[in-house]
Design a protein around this ligand. Structure first.
Ligand code: BG6
Length: 303
């Protein structure tokens, strides 16, 4: 029996959940319930799409995204773990860790009593992951598709010594026009500016975009609201288990240099990442767990 047919017979739910190959050897879970449609790739444990019924897509997914095992897709919600950005000491290791480049295992798809749908995935260790991260670990992703989209990443240290790690739920959001976007929730928050040599600044008022922006906001638990006058909606990004929020838009030149970024795609996307990044390092004792969660919702259709 092929992987796809065995997943389909074990996990599909009539009228709600199915597993399809969205390109050669690229299984994707498709959810459609009373609240929303969503899709999740086993490769990377990556939520690709989330669209509440009768609304526009919440997540941005590049039209030039490459559907290939071992390569993180441009868009949706890549999982960055066990390090965010570059590895602290090994410069040849992949950026943003390895969780986004490996195939996850589907553990369960369940209808909840409120008719939302829970999908549970885990990342198995392999020789390839052990070469990059020898410590035994457990990594679980829970995605709940309802009126909101909830994504929770639980990391557990299964080794016999303390471990440190960083992480992010690297959420690509769909926006009408990046130049018109206003972000609230970060006033007076300190941030590290990657575009200005990692210098430290403090946010004054709302965030607006007029060029490349790549910042780690620090010491913040706040919800972020994206006010989108073009799509006429407000998106709320709530989080827990995170003291850092990353904002990213590559703008013209950086996006043009990426082969999986559609032309002018930067105008219609924005990353708001619930993270443990920079000084927000997670230290786990043996058997200890940490849960990083982000919850996305459309507040209303009038920005
Ligand atoms: C962001 C980083 O989180 O991810 C940026 O802050 C980086 O510096 C971006 O360019 C995209 O990374 P990647 O590896 O997916 O191209």
């Amino acid at each position: 029996m092929s992987l796809l047919s065995s997943l389909q017979s074990q996990f599909s739910i009539d009228g709600v959940a199915s597993i399809v190959n969205c390109s050669d050897d690229f299984p994707v879970i498709q959810i459609s319930n009373s609240y929303a449609d969503a899709s999740i790739a086993l490769d990377g444990g990556q939520v690709l799409t989330f669209q509440p019924k009768l609304q526009q897509p919440v997540l941005w997914l590049s039209k030039k995204a490459i559907y290939k095992p071992g390569k993180s897709l441009r868009g949706g919600i890549p999982v960055c773990w066990p390090w965010f950005s570059d590895h602290p000491t090994e410069k040849s290791f992949p950026a943003h860790g390895f969780a986004r480049n490996h195939r996850w295992q589907l553990e369960a798809i369940e209808q909840q009593t409120d008719q939302s749908t829970l999908v549970r995935l885990t990342l198995p260790a392999s020789d390839a992951t052990r070469n990059l991260w020898p410590q035994p670990f457990e990594l679980e992703l829970k995605v709940v598709v309802g009126t909101e989209l909830s994504v929770s990443l639980t990391m557990t240290n299964l080794s016999d010594h303390p471990c440190t790690m960083t992480s992010a739920l690297h959420t690509y959001l769909q926006v009408g026009d990046i130049r018109e976007i206003v972000i609230s929730g970060l006033d007076q928050t300190p941030y590290m500016d990657k575009v200005q040599d990692f210098s430290l600044f403090e946010q004054q008022g709302n965030v607006r975009f007029s060029g490349e922006l790549d910042r780690i906001y620090q010491n913040t638990r706040s919800d972020i609201i994206i006010h989108d006058g073009v799509l006429k909606r407000q998106l709320k990004i709530a989080k827990s288990g995170s003291l850092s929020t990353v904002l990213w838009n590559p703008w013209v030149n950086k996006s043009a240099a990426m082969n999986d970024f559609e032309e002018d795609g930067y105008q219609h996307m924005l990353c708001v990442e619930a993270a443990n990044a920079a000084d927000d390092i997670i230290q786990l004792q043996p058997a200890q767990s940490h849960c990083l969660q982000t919850v996305l919702s459309v507040l209303d259709q009038h920005a």
